[in-house]
Design a protein around this ligand. Sequence first.
Ligand code: GLN
Length: 343
Amino acid sequence: MITLSRALLTLTLPVVGASVALTPVQAQGTPDIATVLNETYTKFRNDQEGKNADYIPALAKVDPKIFGIAIVTTDGKVYTAGDIKSEVSIQSISKVFTMAKVIEEQGPEKIENTVGVDATGMRFNSIVSIEFSQKALGGPEMNSLVNPGAIATTSMVKGSTRDEVWKSILDWHSAFAGRPLKVNDEVFKSEAATNQRNQAIGSLMYAYGYIKDKPDQATDVYTEQCSISVNAKDLATMAATLANGGKNPVTKKTVMTAKNVPYVLSVMATAGLYDDTGKWLYHTGLPGKSGVGGGIIAVAPGKFGIAVISPPLDDAGNSVRAQKAIIEIVSRLGANPYAVKPS
Ligand code: GLN
């Protein structure tokens, strides 16, 4: 297995689309990123394991066959395979970026001392986890990447009106993606009409003092942020911006302060795939984040961001095929930071 840095050194051509052939100057038998992406795409192309989320009615209607893979390297090269035009709603992956925003605006201590930065070990919309997080029981034992913590985190974004808060969240996500993102209105309306559980979570978080004001607005803005529409390349660029110390490697714009990025990645590493985060880290060694829209991102710090979109999910709410594809790619590129050869 070669190291990624070697693959990056020997590859010079950016690849757009799965079918573009590459002739990199490369030692025989060493995989390059484009080959690994294309072979992984082919390997899992017909894998339909899992089931679309249906507790948000609009998500049940999304084409389960969508399968797109993208890697964006920290030097701005873009590699893709499969369907990278189709968009899905970002869902919980947005939690990463709203947490990043609050850390950027108010410092890492703020999140640590309010919402918390510990894994709950429970499902993403667990209400029991809120009970266990109360100070009297040793809390906060929660984080910004599960619904209660995420709704509280959204409530912390600065802005004097709902519009102002929303605009700053959308602009922030767009800066990470490197293009103006939009909301999928059908998904937003569908979730807003059926998210009584999240409304209850917002109210409980308000009752326990995690949310200071307007819990209904926090849940509503959170729901809208989950409906932002993205393709695999958008997500990979967002992940690559984190991999590149907060500077978007494609637009070359600094989006967030480098010293704040590790705080974001650490919560992804402990809680990015909910109660299955341990299993994920066991196989990839990388901070990741999933969403019930079918996307998963992972960040190889200093190297690349990767994203895969495939809507069918497992019981924990994580895309089955995205997990399989990223595990395969990370392993073949030698990108697991825990996997080193003895010196
Ligand atoms: N909007 C979704 C919800 O709150 C996000 C959940 C997810 O992606 N895990 O239920």
